[in-house]
Design a protein around this ligand. Structure first.
Ligand code: NAD
Length: 495
């Protein structure tokens, strides 16, 4: 993917091969392996992706280490300057990138565009680090000063999922690169093309070769990154199953690791919730990006009588137009998994009040329509396992405490939301819920910059958050410098 993407519609477009980007050049995987990449909206192969192994990762590490030697000495403001230039380029190419993401991922154009806009917001945070990245200092005794400098780690890596190409990479890159590191990015093999475009944009922005590298592939590439002794830190975003393995594997080699995993997000509707505010927000939360978001609503805990709101949610879900308001499902395996959960819930007694099975969207791709399962119980897999599709399971409860007990018992802890008009109810829930990101009348409570993004429990392995200032701390290490320049009159335990 070395040339701009010229299609400005959903018309099927072939892309050739997504190559690796090492030291400022596109190269095939050393072993020559490739894998087909599908356009989900058309369910047709749009190109191939290089499948890398340890030798490719090693080549990228060597290029990165060589480039990082000079980069760490560049003042932080000059490093941040690259991100000012990148921001302008991303704005220039917003339409192109939105279409490219739509083609490789199956999102609608509007969703692709929104994801590039969020990418740009992350880049803006990188720009701010030229000012906000200052260390701390304090006179700790007479004539004695302590200072903390944020030093780079060296060569670092990132591993991304399929659902937000570009954006998840940019959760990591600004803090890591402005922090003085060289980066090796491993995109999802399902959506590899936008990373190649990003490589060219970094080059155009003036980032020296070797500081941003792309290694394409799957598990072999990930394992090689986790194992490589010269990669000092790795951030992973993906499923809990893989995140947990990668966390253990990377930690075993002494790396600093932060792995964000899967989710099972609960929305609670209190009887005093505002009907007009709540219903469309719930529909957007579980159908946005076809439910393929770690922040998507998955279980709806209806507290007491909220039937009027449920009626509006059902009506709203039925109005969602496939291909226009909601995008495609990533592949056949995901279709089978999602349909499997719906079929299973129905067999166990749930009522399918909105049925997205067998939905037909445009262009013959992978489609499942919004699906609402009512009268679900907590012994159904649809209420406890991550479905990662446009499906919401309604569980009816009598009290807020019952809703909280269900939410608290789930092993994940990414996001939760309470819909209410009462500050007291909101405070009661936000202070008790077992989730790292909580919304009050906000069904997708993504903390925007400068706040950090990250869940709790099985939704995250490692300390801190991935975006915002936490990201700066993750991708740098604090050097503490204590200075004294003259004999002092006082005596302390320091002598
Ligand atoms: P995934 O775990 O299958 O893949 C993520 C990355 O791991 C990819 O780059 C993939 O190539 C690699 N990978 C896959 N299998 C591997 C294996 N066996 N060993 C080593 N590496 C492997 O996730 P996905 O399907 O691409 O994305 C969906 C998942 O990501 C969902 O569970 C979703 O909740 C989660 N997610 C979480 C967040 C968050 O911030 N917590 C954000 C986005 C997505």
């Amino acid at each position: 993917m070395s040339k701009p993407f010229s299609t400005r519609s959903y018309a099927f477009t072939e892309q050739g091969e997504a190559l690796n980007w090492i030291g400022g050049a596109f190269v095939p995987a050393i072993g020559g392996g490739t894998l087909a990449v599908e356009n989900p909206r058309h369910a047709k192969v749009m190109g191939r992706v290089a499948m890398s192994g340890p030798a490719d990762v090693d080549a990228a590490v060597k290029a990165a280490a060589a480039a990082q030697k000079a980069w760490r000495l560049v003042p932080v403001r000059e490093r941040a300057d690259i991100f000012y230039k990148l921001k302008v380029l991303l704005q220039r190419d917003l339409e192109e990138l939105a279409w490219l993401i739509s083609h490789e991922n199956g999102k609608t154009y509007a969703e692709g565009k929104a994801s590039v806009e969020k990418t740009i917001e992350c880049v803006e945070f990188g720009c701010s680090l030229g000012n906000m990245g200052a260390g701390e200092q304090l006179d700790v005794s007479r004539g004695v000063n302590c200072r903390v400098d944020h030093e780079p780690l060296g060569v670092v890596g990132g591993i991304a999922p399929f659902n937000f190409p570009l954006m998840v990479a940019m959760w990591m890159l600004p803090q890591a690169i402005v922090g003085g590191n060289a980066f090796i990015m491993k995109p999802s093999e399902l959506v590899p093309f936008s990373s190649g475009r990003l490589a060219l944009l970094f080059k155009e922005a003036g980032l020296p070769d070797g500081l941003f590298n792309v290694i394409n592939g799957g598990a072999d590439a990930v394992n090689a990154i986790a194992d490589h002794p010269d990669i000092k830190a790795v951030a992973f975003v993906g499923s809990t199953r893989v995140g947990k393995m990668v966390y253990a594997r990377g930690s075993a080699t002494g790396k600093t690791m932060l792995c964000l995993g899967g989710a099972k997000n609960h929305l609670m509707i209190a009887p005093d919730a505002d009907r007009a505010l709540t219903a469309p927000n719930v529909v957007a939360s579980f159908t946005g990006c076809a439910g393929q978001r770690c922040m998507a609503a998955s279980v709806l805990l209806a507290v007491g009588n909220v039937d009027a709101i449920l009626t509006d949610i059902i009506a709203g879900a039925k109005k969602v137009r496939l291909g226009e308001d909601m995008g495609a499902i990533i592949n056949q395996a995901a279709m089978d998994r999602i349909n499997g959960y719906i079929n299973d819930a129905e067999k166990r007694g749930a009522k399918v009040v909105v049925d997205g099975r067998n939905a037909v969207g445009p262009d013959g791709g992978y489609w499942i329509g919004p699906t609402i399962l009512d009268h679900c119980t907590m012994d159904m897999p649809c209420t406890t396992e991550e479905i990662f599709g446009p499906v919401i399971s309604i569980v009816r409860v009598k009290t807020l405490d019952e809703a909280l007990a269900i939410e608290n018992a789930n092993p994940y802890g990414n996001a939760a939301c309470i819909y209410t008009s009462s500050g007291a109810v909101a405070n009661y829930v936000t202070s008790r819920v077992e989730a790292g990101m909580v919304g009050v009348n906000v069904g997708v409570p993504v903390p925007r910059e400068p706040f950090g993004f990250g869940g709790w429990n099985l939704s995250k392995f490692g300390a801190g958050n991935i975006t915002g200032y936490d990201g700066w701390r993750f991708w740098t290490r604090p050097r503490k410098v204590t200075t004294k320049w003259a004999v002092q009159s006082d005596t302390t335990w320091m002598g």
